[in-house]
Every structure is written in structure tokens, then in C-alpha cells.
Design a protein around this ligand. Structure first.
Ligand SMILES: O=C(O)CCC(=O)C(=O)O
Ligand SMILES: [Fe+2]
Length: 225
């Protein structure tokens, strides 16, 4: 997906910058750069959950920072010898959240292992050891099969939607929250539900927004001199 946009000015400016970033895996830096609002929503919620559990003696979730996990609270290993998915969405993930998929193994990416993005009508070559970020909860995706003697695994990192509902409820389940909710709480929640899709859509960065960052403006000024 990224390659298609690589020649657009905002994107081609950021890519080398984020690859120079030394304290994060490039795919995390990419998420933070191109999906800042989205990334920060996950980061802040995870931080709130960790803080909450810091208060519970002996149950701290505050592990050592892992630069290959970063903000992602969940990870799935697809370890079948020829891992490939049929068309699906990961609808339990945070709807607007991006999912990081890393392909591993030994296969010819020109013959198989492509990522198919059905809603976009796009088929992307997906070589082993590369990572692609997609909003996997809303885009139907699958893989093409690899050759008979080849091997393919994948590692998927994402944020489960339930974590966000639970944190928003004040760290209780929907069932527990409903049991204690007042009529005003219920009314307020119905109103929030009606508008929630909009804030989820707004959390995607537009190319115009990328073009207006201070770094990009400074670069444009330098180009003009
Ligand atoms: O292996 C892949 O490329 C996709 C995996 C996937 O979509 C999933 O595990 O939900
Ligand atoms: Fe998936």
C-alpha cells in the first residue's frame, strides 16, 4: 500500500526521516508518523490501563519497553507452515486501529503470499521479512497461496476493541457498567455512540495534514531558497 503513495511529496519527505529513527522499529515509527491521532489514542489508553494496574499490588503490567511491540497490546502468531488467510476482517480489533502484519518464511513473493485488499481492488506483493500496516477491522483482506514446497508464517500486532470499551467504562465490562448506569449515563452513551464513527474517521491523517507539519513546512522553505 505504501509504495503506491511513495512519490507523493508528504510521504516521500517523511519516509527517510522515520527510517533514521533509531529507538523504534520502522513500522512503529511509520504508524506514529502517518497515523499520529490513531497511534496516540492507543498509546494513551494502554498507558491508562498500565497505570491502573500499577496500583494493584503484584499485578504491574509495566514491562520493559519493547521497541518491536510499541503501542500494540496484542500479538498473534500464524505458525501453520503455509500460513495464508481467506477473505476476512478482524472485526474485534479497534475499528480505526491499524494492524501490523509481518510476513516471514521462505517463498517467492512474485508467485504467492500477496496481500489482497478486496475493498480497494488492490493486490500487494508481500515479501518475507516485510511489514504492512492496514486497518484490518474494516478492510477485507486475504493472502494468495504460496508454492507447494515453500514456507510462510506471519506475525500480526493489533489492539483489541474490548480493551478500549473496558477502559472507557472505568475499567469494568459493559455488563458491569450497564448494571450501575443511571438513565442519564445511558442517554449520554447513546449520544456518544451516534458520533463515535466520526471521531474514528477523523483519526486518519490526510495528506493535507501531513503537508502542514512544521517539519514539512521547514523543508519546503529550504527547497525554495
Ligand atoms: O498473514 C497475513 O498476511 C494476514 C494475516 C491476517 O490477516 C490475520 O491473522 O488476521
Ligand atoms: Fe487479518
Amino acid at each position: 500500500m505504501f509504495r503506491e503513495y511513495a512519490n507523493l511529496p508528504a510521504v516521500s519527505f517523511f519516509y527517510p526521516t522515520l527510517l533514521r529513527s533509531t529507538n523504534k522499529a520502522p513500522f512503529l515509527a511509520m504508524y506514529e508518523t502517518y497515523g499520529a491521532k490513531n497511534y496516540n489514542y492507543i498509546k494513551d489508553t494502554m498507558e491508562a490501563i498500565r497505570e491502573k494496574f500499577d496500583q494493584v499490588k503484584g499485578h504491574s503490567l509495566r514491562g520493559k519497553y519493547d521497541k518491536f511491540i510499541g503501542v500494540f497490546p496484542c500479538r498473534t502468531f500464524n505458525l501453520a507452515k503455509q500460513s495464508a488467510s481467506v477473505p476476512h476482517t478482524d472485526h474485534n480489533n479497534l475499528a480505526q486501529g491499524w494492524c501490523s502484519i509481518t510476513a516471514l518464511g521462505d517463498f517467492d513473493p512474485t508467485l504467492g503470499g500477496h496481500l489482497v485488499l478486496w475493498d480497494l481492488g488492490v493486490v500487494v506483493e508481500f515479501p518475507p521479512n516485510s511489514t504492512i500496516l492496514i486497518p484490518s477491522s474494516v478492510i477485507v483482506h486475504s493472502n494468495t497461496p504460496i508454492q507447494e514446497d515453500e514456507v510462510r508464517y506471519s506475525v500480526v500486532q493489533y489492539a483489541a476493541g474490548h480493551l478500549f470499551r473496558w477502559a472507557k467504562n472505568g475499567f469494568v465490562t459493559d455488563k458491569q457498567w450497564l448494571e450501575n448506569a443511571t438513565p442519564q449515563d445511558l442517554e449520554q452513551r447513546e449520544m456518544e455512540k451516534r458520533d463515535r464513527w466520526r471521531s474514528a474517521v477523523d483519526s486518519f491523517t490526510t495528506l493535507e495534514e501531513l503537508d502542514k507539519t512544521p517539519e514539512r513546512i521547514a523543508a519546503k522553505e529550504r527547497e525554495q531558497k
